[in-house]
Design a binder for this molecule. Structure first.
Ligand SMILES: *Cc1c(COP(=O)(O)O)cnc(C)c1O
Length: 493
């Protein structure tokens, strides 16, 4: 950035003048516009060595305020090289997630308001916009009206709240007595599959249930929870005197985006009076696409559902939604009103529904995104991502050098190179992935499936087009040519 003309120094007291704010502000907006426009020129993964940024920064804060123009220059000089570009259309690692212009503007305004949504009176806008926006999305996802949403930062936190709620439902007086030193509590059990996200482990750790309380049910060859094994595990635990109280089923697991058999799991939960939490952190957004609805069959029977618009709905990080049927139970789990927070309004106060007192005004950016793109615009983009993923899967299927390793319900592929000439395919695939990543041309990540290394390719950027996938496919095939030229030697080192 180059705020050359007049320096921008802080006044003796108070904040930046409106005039300086405008000058710096316009420049930052220009900078963001250029950045978005030219994003493909950057290496997807930051090319710095660890500690490069740290070593290039002063050890303590400046004594006197600096010209803000100098700070902006350092964004180019120091920060930018240390950025891994999540918005790059060839970011295919982990889950490809990206922000959008409307989302950025929402984030800017919420920073400007800087409200801490705790009580209605401290933030009527956040308190009232949030349920409306979440109800819009609920309708788009075809969930029944009994689901009410709350925004948290991440799925990990949404799920933590869901599990706390499930435990509260047992009426074990954990709020007052805790869980330690009590002889009157059986071993509480939570169930999920082997493919479930580690946030469930973290939630049971944090809730004092312990990882021993978490039972991981095996999955079938499609990486979906084996509901028969779930039924057996619950029945065995009951016979042993344990207390099964919660099942976490996933629509769109993190490794392969597999879908657990929700209807069968819901049957088991109903029969055993067990709380059902559905983790749809990644795939939940796909419920807005009519032809993908079959993957969500039965999720309306859950007690709670988590979905992350920051993953696949072009909303800047962070924004995760927990939909619950029993909002009163959530309130009963967390509400604690100190004297200085008591107010006369009979309204919903957001502080009553979670660990945090103050909450960010997150619904604003989702509202911007939903209004700017509209339902049709969002559906179209997700549908296109799924089409591109299927197209890539077809290329893999038609190739003798590559094979698919998992089904593709949404827009994530798991595949690997499998040339006949190479014995150690794990080493080969790791090398291919590392070389592509190091080149900066694209970012791929990996997972282990049935003991073998799979390359994961996620399609989810708002900027992604067919040519970007073609580029990755060409890079992969280029590596295959090297393999056939250099034989097994390629895979060594
Ligand atoms: C990404 C993901 C999470 C964790 O999401 P955060 O919002 O980063 O906590 C949880 N579950 C699934 C299935 C995910 O894909």
């Amino acid at each position: 950035m180059q705020t050359e003309e007049k320096p921008i120094f802080a006044p003796e007291t108070g904040d930046m003048s409106a005039e300086d704010f405008r000058r710096a502000g316009y420049e930052i907006i220009d900078w963001i516009a250029d950045y978005s426009q030219n994003i493909e020129q950057f290496p997807v993964l930051s090319q710095i060595e660890p500690n490069w940024l740290k070593d290039n920064l002063p050890k303590s804060a400046p004594e006197k305020g600096e010209n803000f123009a100098e700070v902006l220059k350092d964004v180019d000089r120091l920060i930018l090289p240390a950025v891994t570009h999540w918005n790059h259309p060839n970011f295919h690692g982990l889950f490809s997630t990206s922000t959008s212009a409307a989302g950025i503007f929402g984030e800017m305004l919420s920073a400007a308001f800087d409200m801490k949504a705790m009580l209605w009176r401290t933030s009527p806008a956040s308190t009232e916009l949030e349920p409306v926006v979440l109800d819009w999305l609920r309708q788009m996802m075809n969930l029944p009206a009994e689901f009410k949403g709350l925004i948290y930062d991440t799925a990990s936190i949404s799920t933590l709240h869901a599990l706390a709620m499930a435990r509260e439902k047992l009426n074990l007086k954990v709020r007052e007595k805790g869980m330690s030193g009590r002889g009157d509590l059986p071993l509480l059990r939570v169930y999920c599959s082997e493919q479930t996200h580690s946030s469930i482990d973290k939630a049971v750790i944090l809730l004092g249930l312990g990882r021993d309380s978490l039972v991981k049910i095996p999955t079938n060859e499609r990486f979906e929870m084996d509901s028969e094994k779930l039924r057996e595990a619950i029945s065995d635990d009951k016979s042993a005197g344990h207390l099964p109280f919660c099942v976490v089923a996933t629509i769109g697991t993190t490794s392969t985006t597999s879908v657990d058999p929700i209807d069968a799991i819901a049957d088991i939960c109903e029969r055993n009076n067990i709380f059902l939490h559905v983790d749809a952190a990644y795939a939940g957004s796909a419920a807005i696409v009519p032809e993908l609805q079959p993957y969500f069959k039965g999720w309306e029977r859950a007690d709670s559902i988590v979905t992350n618009p920051h993953k696949w709905l072009f909303t800047p990080f962070d924004l995760s939604i927990l939909y619950v049927k029993d909002l009163d139970l959530l309130k009963q789990t967390f509400s604690l009103v100190a004297e200085y927070l008591k107010t006369s309004e009979t309204v919903q106060n957001q502080m009553d529904y979670g660990i945090q007192l103050g909450r960010r005004f997150r619904s604003l950016k989702l509202w911007f995104v939903m209004r700017y793109f509209g339902q049709e615009g969002l559906i179209k983009r997700l549908r296109e991502h799924c089409r591109l993923a299927r197209l890539f899967a077809n290329w893999v299927d038609d190739s003798n050098d590559f094979e698919m390793l998992a089904p593709v319900p949404f827009a994530l592929l798991c595949f690997r190179a499998c040339p006949k000439s190479v014995e150690d395919l794990d080493a080969l695939n790791e090398k291919i992935m590392n070389e592509i990543n190091a080149s900066g041309a694209a970012y791929l990540s990996h997972t282990k499936l049935n003991g073998v290394l799979a390359i994961r390719l996620s399609v989810g950027s708002i900027h992604v087009e067919e040519r970007h996938l073609r580029k990755v496919w060409d890079l992969l095939n280029g590596k295959m040519e090297e393999v056939s030229r250099r034989g097994a030697e390629f895979a060594e080192i």
